[in-house]
Design a protein around this ligand. Sequence first.
Ligand code: SAH
Ligand code: SF4
Ligand code: F3S
Length: 456
Amino acid sequence: MTKKIYIETYGCQMNFSDSEIVLSIMNDSGYQISDSVSEADVVFLNTCSVRDNAEQRVLKRLKQLKSLRAANPGMVVGVLGCMAERMKESLLEEANIGMRIDLVAGPDAYRNLPELIREVESGQKAINVILSTEETYADVTPVRYASNGVSAFISIMRGCENLCSYCVVPGARGKERSRDPETIISEAKELYEQGYREITLLGQNVNSYLWKCHYGGETITFPRIIEKVAGLSPSLRIRFATSHPKDLSDELIETIGSNANICRSIHLPVQSGSNAVLKRMNRKYTVESYMERIAAIRKAIPQCSVTTDIIAGFCGENEEDHRQTLKLMEEAKFDFAYMFRYSERPGTPAERSFTDDVPEDVKKRRLEEIIGLQRKLSHESNKRDTGKVFEVLVEGVSRKSEKNLMGRNSQNKVVVFKDEGWEPGTYVNVKIKECTSATLLGEAVDQPVPLISQSN
Ligand code: SAH
Ligand code: SF4
Ligand code: F3S
């Protein structure tokens, strides 16, 4: 009987993209993909280490799997991803985890999974956490699972060498390396032919993409690769995540501005509004240079949304630093933000060099203030959009009502409107009538999208 593989993914979009690679490798070695954990012969958790609570969720899930495993003793349980890379052999010690884990594989070891499973089947525990300087899985065609059939991810580079002092990613994912552009373009083309209409190019530091070998005689930088993918069809939208402020060049801003199908949406994590904190974080930019980048975006592409990540309560952050973060948020007028309490991570430069000295209740209060302010800013941003017409790419029915469809505009805002029979993957022009801080509500109109909302 064909064996079944089940995978659960935690963490960032890169990890979701990696799970699609894992499924492809498992499929090629004869496994059938299952969406039922209780039927599976192999259960993988593809894990995240970025904050302590991300790891706690995985440990809790492993405890739940313990009873499943009691009912199905032949089941192979594997931990993949960043937590596997960070914790290595210690994950295989039952005393640490509270249950037996058979297999541990880091993010660059997925080609080795069939072999590791064979080792487990022969009665051993199996581990491969070797990081590579070259692996990009360029030749592996991801299996798109849990997909809406409209939007897909393509990983175009792996690893990160920015060494932000709080961050586990450089340790968990290794050296930065970019993927062969030809394989990126052929994957994008295939997705378009299968009906996908939105592709997000992924990398922890995506805008530092650089392919040095010759491809049609040129060195390929991020603006060039994004332009090549955008060139496949005007009805294919391109997004990208995540950009580091230090690599957001004028050339990239110009490229976005001159290609209407590169989305008017930039995720530009700022982390803090205090220069002293940014320095300790090793972010390599100042508040002034960050705000200069925001001004350059707003000038060249006025309708572009800008979103961010913020950490509250990093080592040594005082009330004045915190106030500066709130001030920067007001000035930048972020359309959306992911906001976190600082969580000290083992093995990071911050753990070695600084004291995690902001008390938890202070971190919590500062985070609440940041979240409260962002809710107001998001609402204001949405209010500015009422009355405008946007081109919306339909993704499916709205979660709240089957009578409504949901999709996104170029700015990556969720738009909900009445279902008049459009299929997912269709572009519909929608006039915004109302909003909440999270959603735009509108009506389909025949009116074309005015240039001001759509492109330049
Ligand atoms: N490569 C991206 C994202 C990295 S992880 C970037 O450079 O922006 C996503 C976000 O998690 C980070 O932007 C940061 O805001 C947050 N984060 C990372 N490490 C953290 C930590 N130790 N504690 C709290 N938040 C953290
Ligand atoms: Fe972490 Fe910084 Fe790299 Fe982002 S850029 S993954 S925050 S080290
Ligand atoms: Fe988490 Fe690893 Fe992504 S630590 S955020 S899954 S790169």
